[in-house]
Design a protein around this ligand. Structure first.
Ligand code: PSU
Ligand code: MN
Length: 306
């Protein structure tokens, strides 16, 4: 395994000293935001993790290697290449490695590499989920299946309403994945703090969450958890604007017959265009907010484990 995985020196040193490390995903850089905001955001997020006391490890595949921890140049390269980089989920990893290619890792693939590197906490924007109309299309993100089997806490702002949030929560329940609301009883819907749907557990202190996570993994109850962290109120996007942009993007995807792994990036970029960049601003803020909470959690976890 180890000649496939390259852990940055700084990340290795932190892990060896039981210092907090936070993993960060890369599909959000290549496929989730446009250049140059994607690179600016990725670097800001890394800085936010450092400022709060942990070491960031952006996860990606570069030249056929699984990487935990990228340099500024590597993040910039990934952001410039954008959607020409392969979007890599679990199924794609061995093929991208065999081709010595670049890969931007989704939540699922990032979780896999995060776990292999020995990191427990990962921050992103939103997770994939059960798509609207999935009862016909069976479009269910591999992220959910990964959460069922890989031991990583995923800090996110919930999931976008391009998805069927109710079915997403049902699926997670079936798979035994706990959904935790951080400081909230409600599952957040990415751009807004509310979805009308509940969470399994509300937690107000990272220490309490760290204790429960430690016990979960001590008991070998495999799998991750969703730590749903609502977007700060002042950055919420007006509900009606997001709703109409989402509906329009979904209709366009349907007409253009976009399916499979193309659909999520298509919807994300259309919503950004249709809201004239409003959604992008919110997206950047919520990722920063998630990186800060993930840092606090990683620190709390290193104390419990240590
Ligand atoms: N949702 C977002 N932003 C994102 C993604 C999802 O709000 O950037 C990306 C993540 O990388 C996620 C992936 O893991 O899309 C899910 O893609 P799919 O639905 O094809 O599994
Ligand atoms: Mn899909």
């Amino acid at each position: 395994m180890n000649n496939h995985l390259e852990i940055a020196t700084e990340v290795q040193a932190a892990l060896a000293n039981n210092q907090a490390v936070v993993a960060l995903e890369s599909t959000i850089i290549s496929h989730g935001m446009p250049f140059p905001q994607n690179v600016e955001t990725a670097l800001k997020v890394e800085q936010a993790v450092r400022n709060r006391g942990a070491i960031p490890a952006t996860i990606a595949i570069l030249n056929g290697k699984l990487k935990a921890g990228l340099s500024v140049d590597e993040i910039t390269e990934l952001g410039k290449r954008g959607t020409s980089v392969a979007k890599v989920s679990r199924r794609d990893i061995p093929f991208v490695l065999a081709q010595q290619a670049y890969g931007a890792t989704t939540v699922a693939a990032t979780m896999i590499i995060t776990e292999k590197a020995g990191i427990r906490v990962f921050a992103t924007g939103g997770i994939g989920g059960v798509h609207r109309g999935a009862t016909h299309t069976m479009d269910i993100s591999a992220d959910l299946q990964e959460l069922a089997q890989t031991n990583v806490a995923v800090v996110c702002a919930g999931a976008k309403s391009i998805l069927d949030l109710k079915l997403t929560l049902e699926y997670l329940e079936t798979k035994g994945v706990p959904v935790i609301g951080f400081g909230t009883d409600e599952f957040p819907a990415f751009f807004s703090r509310k979805s009308g749907l509940g969470v399994d557990y509300r937690v107000d202190k990272v220490e309490d969450l760290a204790k429960a996570l430690h016990i979960k993994w001590q008991l070998d109850l495999k799998g991750g958890v969703v730590v749903a962290n609502p977007i700060p109120e002042r950055f919420e996007v007006e509900y009606a604007a997001i709703q109409s942009a989402t509906e329009q993007a979904l209709q366009e995807a349907d007409v253009a017959k976009i399916a499979g792994k193309e659909i999520t990036p298509f919807l994300l970029s259309r919503i950004e265009q249709l809201t004239k960049g409003e959604s992008l601003k919110a997206n950047i803020q919520l990722v920063l907010n998630n990186a800060r909470l993930a840092t606090d959690l990683a620190i709390a976890l290193s104390r419990v484990v240590g």
